[in-house]
Design a protein around this ligand. Structure first.
Ligand code: GDP
Ligand code: MN
Length: 381
């Protein structure tokens, strides 16, 4: 789950990281009044709060030298779509005068199985270019997840950045704070690009935090406004509320699989026969009939799905449970769409018997099942 910049900055502040003084304004606010009450000093930076990176390059970060400009710029930003998203909030901050932009990021190095820190003197909006053209200017450091980030490690990284004295001390405490946030929030990513150093002090101009989705339940307080951020579609939110991994796609064939790998392979099969998936839906391992019922019900209601392809390889998931789930969904939703089921594994015979009674074709071979599904939507559009 991605946090908004203003949320990430709140967390930064709690951990002793300095950020520019600012105020968050909502669409419905009286912008002029809110800025005046905040007593921020001009010039200001007005920043669109959308959950995508690269806002600067898309015109989502603007400067304002006085209140009139701030109001105009704010109105413009509320209406500016960035990578398909419009903000519900803006973050307005005092523009920090600075002559350096650094980059710091912590993420997981899956191959090394530990957190990895990347820092560079050449931060800012061109960091992707920097990493391509002069990768040597990016310092990479692996952290032992058991020991955590120790003082001397943070100091050494700062030293490699060319810092000393007060700057080095401030950077050391900054990097340790970033690491603490990364640990405490089960980060997929904790990043500040850019941060700057002014009068020996680190200031985070930008902040990003992405929390591992598996740990979101620990941070429920942060979930609420994500659902209205526009990042997820209505159907993705519905599916998420029911606990499914679901991605909305542009095609017309509904897909259900058990396990992310099998579900992706199922999508590939559909493409192979010239079809196009309407979604990705992984019901996970060991799903019982109730879970299957919820998943199938969702796709029966999901208007993009004209036919449904359910690909289950029954190991811990029992085929009879799957069949009963499908039966339950058909009874409760009552909307009939062509359903094709590949069932294989535990209690397969019983599962197939139930499906047969429902008049649903079941297959052993996923290739055949995929072909039939694709044929069922051909000419129907
Ligand atoms: P991003 O493009 O989504 O990563 O948004 P950033 O928050 O990084 O903003 C883009 C650029 O705006 C940064 O690289 C900075 O150069 C500039 N910027 C952001 N905040 C400030 C600020 O407080 N003061 C000044 N002077 N520039 C800023
Ligand atoms: Mn940035």
């Amino acid at each position: 789950m991605k946090l908004f910049e203003y949320e990430a900055k709140e967390i930064y502040k709690l951990h002793g990281i300095k950020v520019p003084k600012g105020v968050v304004i909502a669409k419905s606010d009286d912008i002029e009044k809110k800025i005046e009450e905040s007593k921020l000093k001009f010039p200001l930076v007005v920043k669109s709060q959308v959950l995508v990176a690269g806002r600067g390059k898309s015109g989502g970060v603007k400067f304002a030298k006085d209140i009139n400009e701030a109001v105009t710029v704010s109105n413009n930003l509320f209406n500016l779509e960035i990578k398909g998203l419009k903000p519900n909030f803006l973050l307005i901050e005092e523009a920090v005068e600075h002559d350096n932009e650094y980059f710091a990021s912590i993420t997981i190095d899956r191959a090394e199985r530990c957190p990895v820190i990347l820092v560079s003197k050449s931060g800012g909006m061109e960091i992707e270019e920097v990493s391509k053209k002069s990768p040597e200017s990016i310092i990479k450091y692996h952290v032992d997840p058991i020991l955590g980030m120790r003082d001397f490690e943070a100091r050494n990284i700062g030293y490699k950045l060319g810092l000393s004295g007060k700057e080095l001390a401030s950077f050391t405490s900054f990097l340790k704070s970033l690491y603490n946030i990364f640990e405490m929030y089960d980060g997929d990513l904790v990043e500040s690009n850019p941060f700057t150093i002014v009068n020996g002090e680190v200031i985070a101009l930008d902040s990003r935090i992405i929390i591992d989705d598996n740990s979101v339940y620990k941070h429920k307080e942060l979930v609420a406004n994500k659902e209205m951020s526009g990042e997820e579609t209505e159907w993705e939110i519905r599916a998420k509320q029911r606990g499914f991994a679901f991605v909305e796609l542009d095609g017309n064939i509904g897909i259900i699989g058990n396990g992310a790998g099998l579900t992706m392979a199922t999508m590939d099969l559909i493409y192979e026969f010239g079809g196009s998936p309407a979604n990705f839906l992984d019901i996970g391992g060991g799903a019982n009939s109730e879970r299957v019922k919820e998943a199938v019900s969702l796709l029966l209601e999901y208007p993009k799905a004209k036919s449904i392809f359910i690909n289950i390889f029954g190991g811990i998931t029992r085929c009879d449970e799957v069949a009963r789930g499908i039966e339950g969904a058909l009874k409760s939703v009552g909307k009939i769409k062509p359903i094709f089921v590949r069932l294989s594994g535990t209690n397969e015979e019983e599962g197939k018997r139930i499906l047969k009674e429902l008049g649903i074709s079941s297959y052993n071979d996923p290739i055949e099942a995929a072909r039939s599904t694709v044929n069922s939507v051909k000419g129907g559009e």
